[in-house]
Design a protein. Structure first.
Length: 454
């Protein structure tokens, strides 16, 4: 009995948890935070950042001495001749002979050494390499921020598209309900002979069209939700319920900054601009590194070693002590002719520097174009929104009037369908203008250093 009760309780909790998960309302902040934590491309960018940190440490380690321990162990076999052992006769080389004896002999020896080396001067190549790797690390950090910004922009666009599609579905449902109600009225009038069969057919056609528009709106909404799930790296079948922000109309009418104000603010905070500047700085350092090939390299070498052998009566410790030796020396390498390698490296580095400068100019130009486009779209959408809102009010009033007149027989089905089409078009224009304004205003604020949160 207790086990059965426990099983029922666990199933109840699981069902409650699933229901809570299904009913979760995702805000824009929830989507952004979840994507930053789970997005695979962003994780890969962070791995590149970790690798750049390792490169900085490796470049810094080149300033310190290298230390190595070496040892060799050797065994040697050779015949050994003396007056003891087995005797045999050999020629003495002058026509005579001599008696000798042989005995096998195996000898062992070992050597041990410690060697150190440090580069004292190489034209500043090591120092500049550290600077370049630090710049590369900073660029990698900015690449992570760029990826995060890109995710935020993509999610914001999809989020607004979902909001727009959600309202479009509501409008389509309301239109379908109104069309179905008009069809009922028309069929009732046809039964009593107040309207012709052709008008009923028109009303039925309007219902069919409204059903098609509803299906199309729901399909678009499902497609946008699927794209959002892919950005969030969600692979299960759960449905994403988007939380509708409050005061959406007020968001569409947020005051606009000037284009110059927006561009100046964007220059100070956009990671792609800072990254392009650092790339130019890195290419300047690369020219210095290439020029180091013309300079000599001065290195300090030091070593200590000892050895031992089984020849003799001295002990291992005694041999290691008295065979100990050490050495210190300087080595200088002066380049004279390197098959034009250094000159070619310098020329390539200068070309890369020019390319980086052009990319920086291109980034500045692209940023200004993006800011200007967002500003123009937001400004235009705000004006369209105000106009569309008035148009919806007029179209709604006209449709309500014609609907009443159709109910008492003063208007025919064609008039009603025309007014309904005008109202639907006005509502769609209002939704499009509102969410276009919201999206571009939020993106413009984001480019100026703010958060895309609404």
């Amino acid at each position: 009995m207790l086990r059965r009760f426990f099983t029922i309780a666990m199933l109840t909790l699981a069902a409650g948890s699933l229901a809570a998960q299904t009913a979760r309302q995702w805000s824009l902040k929830d989507c952004i935070d979840y994507s930053i934590e789970h997005n695979i491309q962003l994780k890969m960018e962070k791995l590149s950042l970790d690798e750049s940190e390792i490169n900085v440490k490796s470049a810094t380690a080149a300033l310190f001495p290298s230390l190595s321990l070496s040892t060799s162990q050797n065994g040697r076999y050779q015949p050994y001749f003396d007056n003891a052992g087995s005797s045999f006769v050999t020629s003495d080389g002058s026509g005579g002979s001599r008696v000798s004896s042989s005995q096998d002999h195996f000898s062992y020896s070992g050597s041990y050494g410690v060697n150190a080396r440090v580069t004292l001067f190489n034209g500043g190549q090591n120092i500049n390499n550290i600077k370049q790797q630090k710049v590369a690390r900073n660029i990698a950090e900015l690449s992570v921020k760029e990826r995060e910004n890109s995710l935020k922009e993509q999610i914001a666009k999809l989020f607004v598209q979902i909001l727009y599609s959600t309202e479009a579905v509501k409008v389509s449902k309301a239109t379908l309900e109104a069309a179905q109600e008009s069809l009922k009225q028309g069929e009732a009038k046809f039964e009593v002979g107040k309207i012709a069969r052709s008008e009923v057919v028109q009303l039925q056609s309007q219902v069919n069209n409204a059903e098609y528009q509803l299906v199309n709106s729901e399909a678009q909404l499902a497609q946008f939700k699927l794209q959002l799930k892919q950005l969030l790296e969600i692979t299960d079948e759960r449905d994403i319920m988007i939380a509708t922000p409050d005061a959406a109309d007020e968001l569409a009418l947020t005051p606009l900054a000037t284009i110059n104000e927006a561009y100046t603010a964007a220059l100070a905070c956009r990671p792609e601009i800072e990254s392009s500047k650092l790339s130019t700085q890195s290419s300047d350092i690369a020219v210095k590194i290439a020029r180091a090939g013309y300079y000599p390299t001065l290195s300090l070498n030091a070593g200590a070693g000892t050895s031992n052998s089984d020849n003799g009566n001295e002990s291992f410790g005694h041999q290691m002590k008295y065979n100990l030796n050490g050495s210190v020396g300087l080595s200088l390498s002066i380049p004279i002719y390197d098959n034009r390698n250094t000159k070619s490296n310098i020329q390539k580095a200068k070309i890369q520097r020019t390319n980086s400068q052009l990319q920086e100019q291109s980034a500045l130009k692209e940023l200004y174009g993006t800011v200007e486009t967002l500003w123009l779209d937001a400004n235009s959408a705000q004006k369209k929104f105000l106009s569309a809102r008035s148009n919806v009010e007029s179209a709604q009033a006209s449709y309500d009037l014609v609907s009443e007149q159709f109910g008492v027989g003063l208007k025919n089905a064609t008039d009603l369908l025309t007014e309904r089409s005008n109202l639907l078009a006005a509502q769609q224009e209002l939704l499009q203008a509102k969410y276009t304004a919201i999206l571009n205003l939020q993106l413009l604020k984001f480019y100026m250093g703010g958060d895309i949160l609404f």
